[in-house]
Design a protein around this ligand. Structure first.
Ligand code: NDP
Ligand code: 8X3
Length: 249
């Protein structure tokens, strides 16, 4: 039986990813700060979900909780580092530095905290898949993307460097880098609860869905053990790249 740890499983991609693996019969450790939501998921799948109250930015607490996983959840086969957020869309010279600090703490330090706690067990068992949720923002700069994009570039490069270290261990890492995805709390969080501004991001578009991301993550985890997919970049058809900017005069 496969055991999957999903961070940020209380909403959006993380919830869809947990549900996708549960549909396949897996055991899922559903981790996030909002425990009530995780408990609701656990009630729908008796005995197969471990709801885990986890703030990925709290390294000592995260390390303790992940070192004490009970059977049958103790041996993680698939780690999905999904917990993350964007905060604000202001230009760098006007952005809130507290927002910057929280993005770095969550998207970079938090992801590293969980990875460092889980990967040694995978190496000892000689098998495991780490799937990190990056973003198109880690590849393509856009105005206001500043620190958010930089944190996702970190996720991209950390994934590749993990594979450099893990060669020959049976453990592999992948980075999924989506563009516009609707139906999650991402933009509500980015705009600090401004629902109207959040909804305007998706107006007139057909964005990707959390289920599209969950399918991709599930596909990655189900590749044969000799296959490593380093990264997947994905966007809806309604999104593409723009030109570089030139300021004249
Ligand atoms: P949501 O806001 O819907 O979900 C984010 C999840 O992360 C929540 O479950 C939240 O749970 C959890 N989380 C946030 N901070 C912490 C923390 N400190 N510790 C533990 N869990 C935390 O966003 P999405 O599902 O849209 O985004 C998921 C990931 O995908 C993020 O990394 C995001 O950057 C990335 N992404 C999103 C895209 C999009 O357009 N939606 C596109 C590309 C990438 P709780 O609050 O309960 O702790
Ligand atoms: C989320 C995608 O383009 O809003 O990572 O940064 S974008």
């Amino acid at each position: 039986m496969t055991t999957v740890l999903v961070t940020g499983a209380s909403a959006g991609f993380g919830l869809a990813i947990a549900q996708r693996f549960l549909a396949d019969g897996a055991h899922v450790i559903a981790a996030a700060r909002r425990l009530d939501r995780l408990q609701a998921l656990a009630e729908q799948h008796p005995g197969r979900v471990l709801p885990l109250a986890l703030d990925v930015t709290d390294r000592p607490a995260a390390a303790a909780a992940l070192a004490a996983l009970p059977a049958p959840f103790a041996e993680v086969d698939v780690l999905v580092n999904n917990a993350g957020l964007a905060l604000g869309l202001s230009p760098a010279h006007q952005a809130d530095i507290d927002d910057w600090e929280r993005m770095i703490a969550t998207n970079c330090a938090g992801l590293v905290n969980v990875t460092r706690a889980i990967v040694p067990g995978m190496v000892a068992r000689g098998r495991g898949t780490v799937i990190n949720i990056g973003s198109i923002a880690g590849e393509v700069p856009y105005p206001g993307g500043n620190v958010y994009g930089a944190t996702k570039a970190f996720v991209h490069q950390f994934t590749h460097n993990l594979n450099a270290d893990l060669i020959g261990t049976g453990v592999r890492a992948s980075c999924v880098e989506p563009g516009l995805v609707g139906g999650t709390e991402f933009s509500n969080v980015r705009f600090h609860g401004d629902d109207q501004k959040a909804a305007s991001v998706y107006a007139g578009t057909q964005p990707l869905t959390a289920e599209d991301i969950a399918d991709t993550v599930h596909w990655l985890a189900s590749r044969p053990p000799h296959v490593t997919i380093n990264a997947i970049s994905m966007m809806p058809n309604c999104q593409s790249f723009g030109p570089l900017q030139i300021k004249r005069g």
